[in-house]
Design a binder for this molecule. Structure first.
Ligand code: CAA
Length: 301
């Protein structure tokens, strides 16, 4: 990286968390989104998440203000990435759109700029093929909530240069994260293991082996998971889970990864979890108690 300037593409959940963490660790960040309203929402959320850290005593009020001052916004890629030494793309999990964004990034960034994707499952090698510098393209997969989760899955594409990988590994450490290096195969490691588990939990509900609360309690109380798999699927977004399972299914040509029909139905019914207010649970703003969706209230084993 030739500068300490970073551009983050996408002001959604992952994009705002990534911008937050870079800015907190001294980087100048430009957060890019086509929607001005989304950028405002993202800045508001970053402010509130920094407040949590101030309240906890892990960040001082002046540090919070400095962090916020290090974040600028832009509504065009051309404007947002012009001085960046690193771009982290966190905009969309749609493969074709991602390729289009990377081809634009290729046009508007300097030759030395590293292009990272926060993709949860789309091939880095495929994304890199949309650019003229595939050796500079790498995966930097953060976990949600980004300010809290320690892991960065660093994904080496077919052409990624080893110096680029080393740079991203040490950069992740500078962000207070623990990088884990993986090769570019469907789902990498995190989602290759996580998604079949979530899908199996959904199958257990679909086949009425147990109810929502029981399935989640087994994994929370028996395996010390912070969230049960159905709550976690709601938290990630059922559409996101579905599309990652499709990538695994099509990438390995193995039916064990096929999304459960109940998951497909819920996605088609736009019951996507926390973001739509309803999934396996129902979500009311400000309400901390988890309530099983009435649709599944009587489905217990
Ligand atoms: N920013 C800053 N701090 C945050 C935060 C945020 N966005 N969200 C939560 N926190 C902090 C809180 O301040 C709190 O701090 P203290 O405990 O020190 O006070 C702590 O994190 C825990 O938060 P809460 O008390 O609100 O709630 P919780 O104890 O239930 O924890 C959780 C919430 C951290 C999300 C926890 O439930 C958890 O770890 N869940 C599993 C998350 C997970 O698996 N993430 C990976 C998803 S997969 C993915 O991201 C990638 C993919 O490709 C699909």
């Amino acid at each position: 990286m030739i500068t300490n300037e970073v551009a983050v593409i996408g002001g959604g959940t992952m994009g705002n968390g990534i911008a937050h963490v870079f800015a907190q660790h001294g980087f100048k960040v430009t957060l890019v989104d086509v929607s001005e309203a989304q950028l405002e929402k993202a800045l508001g959320l970053i402010g509130r998440n920094l407040d949590r850290q101030v309240n906890k005593g892990t960040l001082s009020e002046p540090e919070k203000m400095e962090t916020l001052q290090r974040i600028a916004t832009a509504t065009s890629i051309e404007e947002g990435v012009k001085n960046a030494g690193l771009v982290v793309q966190a905009a969309t999990e749609n493969g074709d759109l991602k390729l289009k964004i990377f081809s634009e990034l290729d046009t508007f960034t300097s030759r030395d700029c590293i292009l990272a994707s926060n993709t949860s499952s789309i091939s880095i090698t495929r994304i890199a093929s949309a650019t003229k510098k595939p050796e500079k393209v790498i995966g930097m997969h953060f976990m949600n909530p980004v300010p809290v989760m320690k892991l960065v899955e660093v994904i080496q594409g077919y052409h990624t240069a080893s110096e680029v990988t080393s740079e991203i590994v040490s950069l992740s450490e500078k962000l207070g994260k623990i990088p884990c290096l993986v090769q570019d195969y469907p789902g990498f490691i995190a989602n290759r293991i996580l998604m079949p588990m979530l899908n199996e939990a959904i199958y257990s509900l679909y086949e009425r082996v147990a109810g929502v609360k029981e399935i989640d309690d087994v994994m929370k109380l028996g395996m010390a998971h912070p969230m049960g798999p159905l709550q976690l699927a709601d938290f990630i977004g059922l559409d996101v889970c579905h599309s990652i399972l499709e990538v695994l299914y099509q990438g390995f040509h193995n039916p064990k990864y096929a999304p459960c029909p109940l998951l497909t139905n819920m996605v088609q019914a736009r019951e996507l979890g926390v973001k739509t207010g309803s999934g396996f649970y129902v979500y009311t703003p400000g309400e901390k108690t988890l309530t099983v969706s009435p649709r599944f209230a009587l489905s217990g084993g």
